[in-house]
Design a protein around this ligand. Structure first.
Ligand SMILES: Nc1ncnc2c1ncn2[C@@H]1O[C@H](COP(=O)(O)OP(=O)(O)O)[C@@H](O)[C@H]1O
Ligand SMILES: [Mg+2]
Length: 255
């Protein structure tokens, strides 16, 4: 059996596989530049958005509430605010993390901060997003930006698994199985993952999606980040019923 090595020591058996992985690498480079561009575009949008918001607020404040234009102005204001939040989150997410430092992170807050990015995508696909966060903070020692990447990757996969719509639950709870741990789960009502495929989903470049749609890097990144955090990932899936990924992280200050 012939084997070839590609740069960083991964082994692939046949030329087709090598071609596919080269394409994935190209796509990865393209995605990185799209990410940078998104950051730049978000910056550019910020200023005109500020002007739209400012004028609509001033105009609305000068109109009486029964003026026929009042509701329109309030709608412009509300929608501009929504865009501003989205741009803000996009900027935060596309920012290259300065360091890998860990700090005390409230998992609930971390999820709320990337929520608008998830909702922006779910709305285009008829997926209802349901937050099931504990009312009190659940703190872990973590890198905030990396944990957001985990949530966004899991949520993106969940949305991809529900092309005809469905429900996406993102929740937290004190772990029921591990002492002094916090659970974060992302659950969907999508197509599910077969047993054979479950064994491969964390492999770098493994994807079942069409070229251009999947890189197969999302879950390998999730795994790397969670390993870095000393956490655990569990997966439950049933074909045509849905999938749940549960991440367990040690509670901050727990011995
Ligand atoms: N929630 C999910 N439902 C169904 N399949 C999933 C889900 N999450 C991951 N998968 C499967 O795992 C594969 C690998 O996921 P990932 O590493 O994120 O790469 P990509 O999303 O680029 O394909 C996906 O192609 C898909 O087959
Ligand atoms: Mg993915």
């Amino acid at each position: 059996m012939s084997r070839e090595t590609v740069g960083y020591g991964l082994f692939f058996r046949d030329p087709c596989e090598i071609k596919k992985h080269r394409e994935s690498l190209l796509l990865l480079g393209k995605m990185a530049s799209v990410g940078q561009m998104a950051g730049g575009v978000a910056h550019e949008i910020n200023n005109p958005l500020g002007i739209i918001l400012g004028f609509s607020q001033v105009t609305a404040s000068q109109l009486s509430q029964d003026d026929p234009n009042y509701q329109s102005m309030k709608t412009i204001e509300r929608e501009a605010l929504r865009c501003k939040k989205l741009v803000h989150d996009l900027l935060r997410f596309s920012r290259v993390p300065k360091d890998n430092s860990f700090e005390i992170v409230d998992v609930n807050m971390m999820i709320k901060e990337c929520f608008s990015l998830i909702e922006a995508r779910s709305k285009t696909t008829d997926v209802e997003v349901i937050q099931e966060l504990t009312p009190t903070p659940l703190t872990v020692n973590a890198n905030d930006n990396q944990l957001q990447q985990v949530v966004i990757n899991l949520a993106n996969n969940a949305i991809d698994a529900m092309p005809h719509g469905g429900q996406l639950f993102i929740g937290t709870r004190p772990s029921t199985t591990r002492q002094n741990h916090v659970d974060l789960y992302v659950k969907d009502t999508g197509e599910g993952i077969s047993k054979e495929i479950q064994q491969r989903i964390f492999d770098p470049f493994f994807t079942t999606k069409d070229a251009g749609k999947g890189t197969g890097l999302g879950l390998s990144l999730v795994q790397e980040i969670i390993n870095n955090h000393g956490g655990h990932i569990e997966l439950e899936s049933e074909m045509n019923r849905g999938t749940t990924f549960t991440i367990s992280l040690k509670q901050a200050n727990a011995s």
